[in-house]
Design a protein. Structure first.
Lengths: 315, 271
């Protein structure tokens, strides 16, 4: 997904003279490629997140579409005020590309994990928050970034994640994709997932199906603006809604979905179970998959959580 | 510093007091210290069209110390960007003029500021974009001295120097008093001109209330063809209102009573 995103920035910059790239201290090959082919539109500005976001705002005020690229934890936390004021208040078409969203940087420890990025980005007015599930979907998404009016936070996963998205399901910013529809017969759970958690949730749905539990899976690549229409439509009549995210349960997809269902036209609101990272800093290293397992986010664990929750619902 | 103020400077101060009366509040000292800087920019230096505030060929003037907005509002009103009557509604519920300036709401305001340390990065990005486009428009950023406590200002300075942005000028309203007290006690900035020089700027220092000196130095920017420019403007907080000068208490005032407004008017030569 990361190479797909970077290649797409290069491709978009070729097609549209408004596209510029600002790195902090990452990806020199892209800067070299862009400088060779379109000199003057690619910049490496050093470890100065506050400045590069303000600089991007300045470029956008003059008609450019800057892609700012650095590590997700830094592009969201270190320069939060610049993101809020310079980008969101002015509603500028700057794209923040956050490397290593979620638990990707597991071996590097809690300073490098971006587990609250979605929560803090979606709290800002005018911000769009996108977390696609694989490289193919990244390419479909990136093509739409040229015409999207305000700022976008783009959460990147590790790269070379399995491809589960399907071109025939299309892609539109802000439109959730039903990737699996439950067959008839109870009990039915609606799984709602974002980013590479969708891949895990999809596998969990397959496991559940073999046990006779049919689930619908709604892939919410755009956490903000949230597709409440699709959410309400698919939640209606379900026995259970389970959200799955590689993100703290505070303020992310689970919170957004809960808010939408409580305020939506689903009556009664089905029980909701939010699967994600607990409200704590990581205390282990290892790999992304190991931390996902620690937090119960691997497919068998998701399936087990759904089964347990359904038992409680039945009581 | 006891530089005398001429009638135009007093007129502009009367407009500041008019807005303070309209809103019943405002950053008094912080708006009076950069007033001659803003006056010379708008009277003699900047290229702009008040009836066409988004004109592509305009110079961009960003007041990074957004709390000093009255200094910019009175010049914009004076030049006809909006009617002076807007000053009477300063900070009111449905006003366009708030306690910090907002782009998109106020004709002539290039960036919404107020959170400190943002303007130079935005200005740097705009100066870079203008050069990329081949425009000869220039960017002027006015910062406070307390404001440059922010590390982001120095990140922006490094980057502006790297790109040799000769079309970018930063003016520091160096009144030496920030909200909580003297800058020398809170976070010493000296040697300030040397700092900007070391960061790669062409630097001049000027009496920030001496209109002729400001005009002369601003007409010489850029000071080097391959460097951004910094002008350290030595100013007086609350300049022109004797009882407010150099007094941190006058950084910001709310609930300004009619008798205080009367005193302010009296200090600047009457209504």
């Amino acid at each position: 997904m990361r190479p797909a995103c970077i290649d797409k920035i290069f491709d978009l910059a070729r097609r549209d003279r408004r596209v510029a790239y600002i790195g902090s201290d990452l990806d020199p090959p892209l800067v070299r490629r862009m400088q060779a082919e379109m000199p003057g539109r690619a910049f490496m500005e050093g470890v100065s997140e506050q400045h590069v976001v303000g600089m991007a705002a300045g470029l956008a005020m003059e008609g450019y579409i800057p892609f700012v690229h650095t590590i997700a934890s830094f592009i969201t936390r270190r320069c939060y005020e610049q993101v809020a004021v310079d980008l969101c208040l002015h509603n500028l078409p700057v794209r923040l590309v956050g490397n290593g969203g979620g638990l990707v940087y597991a071996p590097l420890g809690p300073t490098h994990l971006a587990i609250e990025d979605i929560a803090i980005m979606r709290a800002l007015p005018n911000m769009t928050v996108v977390s696609v599930c694989d490289a193919d979907e990244m390419r479909r998404f990136m093509d739409q970034t040229l015409d999207w009016p305000g700022p976008i936070y783009i959460r990147l996963a590790k790269g070379y994640d399995p491809i589960v998205s399907r071109p025939e399901l299309g892609f539109e910013i802000g439109k959730a994709i039903p990737m699996r529809i439950a067959g008839t017969g109870a009990p039915r759970a609606l799984l709602v997932a974002t980013g590479v958690a969708t891949t895990r949730a999809l596998a969990a749905a397959d496991l559940l199906a073999t046990a006779g539990i049919e689930c619908t899976l709604l892939h919410v690549h755009t956490v903000k603006p949230l597709d409440t229409v699709a959410l309400v439509e698919h939640a209606r009549g379900c026995d259970l809604v389970v959200t799955v995210e590689e993100h703290t349960v505070v303020g992310g997809l689970g919170s957004a979905v809960t808010d939408a269902l409580v305020e939506g036209a689903v009556d009664p609101v089905p029980p909701i179970r939010r699967l994600g990272i607990p409200d704590a800093f990581a205390v282990k290293y290892g790999t992304q998959d190991q931390l996902m397992e620690l937090y119960g986010l691997q497919p068998p664990q998701i399936a087990a959580s759904v089964r347990e929750a359904l038992k409680l619902v039945a009581i | 510093m006891t530089t005398a103020l001429d009638e135009r400077s007093l007129d502009l101060r009367r407009l500041v007091v008019r807005a303070l009366e309209g809103g019943g509040r405002g950053h008094v000292g912080s708006s009076l210290s950069p007033l001659e800087v803003m006056r010379v920019l708008y009277d003699d230096i900047l290229r702009y069209r008040p009836r066409e505030p988004q004109w592509q060929g305009r110079d961009r003037c960003i007041l990074s110390k957004g709390h000093g907005c009255l200094a910019q509002y009175v010049l914009l009103a004076d030049k006809g960007f909006f009617p002076a009557a807007e000053l009477d509604r300063f900070c009111r519920f449905d006003a366009i003029l708030g306690g910090h300036p907002e782009a998109g709401k106020v004709p002539g305001i290039e960036a919404s500021t107020g959170a400190l340390g943002h303007g130079l990065s935005i200005g740097m990005g705009r100066a870079l974009a203008l050069r990329m486009r081949g425009s000869d428009a220039r960017v002027f950023v006015v910062t406070g001295d307390g404001e440059i406590n922010e590390g982001s200002v120095w990140e922006a300075a490094l980057s502006a120097a790297k790109h040799q942005l000769a079309n970018l000028t930063v003016l520091i309203d160096y009144n030496k008093i920030q909200s909580a007290g003297p800058t020398a006690a809170i976070l010493p900035l000296e040697p300030l001109a040397e700092k900007w020089r070391a960061f790669g700027f062409g630097v001049e220092e000027v009496d920030g209330h001496d209109v002729a000196a400001l005009r002369e130095v601003l007409r010489r920017v850029p000071f080097a063809h391959d460097k951004p420019s910094a002008i350290v403007c030595h100013t007086v907080k609350g300049k022109g209102v004797a009882f407010a000068e150099n007094d941190p208490e006058w950084h910001h005032k709310s609930s300004l009573k009619p008798e205080v407004i009367a005193d302010l008017y009296a200090a600047v030569g009457g209504r």
